[in-house]
Design a protein around this ligand. Structure first.
Ligand code: SF4
Length: 499
């Protein structure tokens, strides 16, 4: 996962390029809407047109990018990043944005995704196995781009990106521009938005001042965000998706410039629509709350259950549970209360934290569940441990029966494109039958939505998406060797001072 955000301030706002209206402040605000995509670290990089400055640290966005630090980060251009690790450990060096001062340019990069030919790229780094200051694929990509002799950053991208394979939605900052890039498959989302011209005397950005025909609005600012929720929070208007295989160049006071570096072969991660992205986001023209509600309807048709109540696993199971309840006619009731301050279980980096996370974050409503037959709707089973604990919680609270329904197909295969499920043996469906999983989690019955059901709910064709973790059909071949291992660069001894 990871969340990325970029901003070019509207004309007129530059005079107040510090404080609440600075690019750093706006980028941090945008990042708040993407916190669910990564909770391990956060950072922001800014440019004042001449030099880049960067601040990053381990922790949640609110603790890293607090208002005391932002005023010193001056400039009209900024990118920001929150991290969920898929390559490299959770250490300060691996927080993003990355930064590198090369012979032709200074660059900062925020990356959502995961490269699959890291070992091959390592061999292309100047100086052979030259040392990197961190152990992420993003650090390697930053080094390749910063060292590329092409005079212009966009030319460097055009030369380097065709050698890069895997998933990458990037926000890139050089001295004069913010640049958005999406890999040719578009595994991870990235959207372009427009900020209105700053109009008030103090240069404050006033949302909602769009004219009817301001496509060429000369003073508009521009925003890149992993999800449309990032646009909403800063008052930006959705313009369009960054296309797979496209580079979008954003400069102050100019319309965006589009450069294609590869033909598009779309394969958006379908899990973004099922689970990862926020329900108030839009992807492929679909509102994700509504898409997930429809998945619940399909699930009710495929796997009916005779129960007294339909109950979501909060919060992400709620839209599908609502759809299941509507389609089945069984009353919907919330029976698990979530502590909102413990983070998302799945994206905590270690098994120990995941295990603690479940018991810390969910508490059953005994009055609701006692003596009832329950249909419990969740959006995925990865390792099975979370579901097992939820079923046990409900039984201890007096549930008569617990029937688990999942609004996604079973995850049989690892993901190499930005989700931390790279070890097949960690996936319960890869090693156990559906009946065995049912027994492991302790449910009375278990049903998963089919791929056909997901597509029916989305009303979109199969070939728009990556379904690889469900059907093994990988859009981008993954080298059989160790090239995509999470700790590859650390195992190669590339982490300065740690090797
Ligand atoms: S393998 Fe699964 S999680 Fe990974 S990009 Fe494809 S659909 Fe998404």
């Amino acid at each position: 996962m990871c969340g990325v955000f970029g901003v070019v301030m509207p004309r007129g706002a530059g005079s107040v390029a510090s404080g609440d209206q600075s690019a750093a402040a706006l980028a941090s605000l945008g990042l708040f809407a993407l916190q669910h995509r990564g909770q391990e670290s956060a950072g922001v990089a800014v440019s004042d047109g001449e030099q880049l400055m960067l601040y990053k640290d381990l922790g949640m966005i609110a603790s890293v990018l607090d208002e005391r630090r932002l005023p010193s980060l001056r400039g009209e251009l900024a990118i920001a990043h929150c991290r969920y690790s898929t390559t490299g450990s959770t250490v300060w060096e691996n927080a993003q944005p990355t930064f590198r001062l090369g012979p032709r340019r200074a660059l900062a990069i925020g990356h959502n995704g995961n490269l699959v030919n890291t070992r091959e790229l390592l061999g292309q780094l100047a100086g052979g196995r030259g040392r990197l200051p961190a152990s992420t694929d993003t650090e390697l990509l930053t080094a390749l781009l910063a060292d590329e002799p092409a005079a212009d950053t966009v030319d460097a991208l055009i030369r380097v990106l065709p050698r890069v394979r895997g998933a990458y939605s990037l926000v890139i900052l050089d001295e004069r521009r913010v640049i958005g890039v999406r890999d040719p498959h578009g595994f991870r989302p990235l959207v372009l938005g427009r900020l209105p011209v700053a109009s008030s005397a103090d240069g404050a950005v006033a949302p909602g001042l769009w004219g009817d025909s301001d496509d060429e609005a000369p003073g508009s600012g521009w925003v890149l965000s992993s999800e449309t929720t990032g646009l909403d929070i800063v008052g930006a208007e959705f313009v369009r998706d960054v296309e797979p295989g496209e580079i979008v160049v954003l400069e102050a006071g100019r319309p965006p410039r589009s450069v294609r570096f590869a033909p598009a072969t779309p394969a958006l991660c379908v899990f973004e629509l099922i689970y990862f992205a926020r329900p108030d986001s839009y992807l492929e023209g679909r509102n994700l709350y509504e898409a997930r509600r429809r998945m619940g309807e399909e699930l009710a048709g495929e796997h009916p259950a005779e129960t007294d109540l339909v109950m979501p696993v909060p919060d992400t199971g709620a839209p599908a549970a609502a759809g299941y309840a509507e389609a089945s006619g069984i009353p919907y009731r919330e029976g698990l209360v979530r502590n909102r301050y413990t983070g998302r279980t799945f994206i905590q980096p270690s098994q120990t934290m995941r295990h603690r996370g479940v018991t810390l974050k969910l508490n059953p409503l005994r009055e609701v569940v006692r003596g009832k037959r329950l249909t419990v709707v969740d959006d995925s089973i990865v390792r099975g441990t979370t579901t097992k604990q939820i079923v046990a919680l409900l039984r201890r609270a007096g549930a008569a029966e617990v029937h688990v329904r999942i609004s996604a197909p079973p995850i049989y295969h690892p993901c190499f494109y930005g989700i931390d499920t790279q070890v097949e043996t960690e996936l319960i469906a890869a090693t156990q039958s559906i009946d065995e999983i049912r027994d492991f989690v302790g449910a009375d019955s278990l049903g998963y939505l089919s791929i056909r059901g997901v597509l029916a709910a989305l009303d979109l064709p199969y070939d728009r998406f990556c379904f690889a973790c469900f059907d093994g059909n990988y859009p981008e071949p993954v080298p059989y060797d160790t090239a995509s291992r999470k700790f590859l660069l650390e195992e190669e001894g590339m982490l300065a001072g740690r090797g």
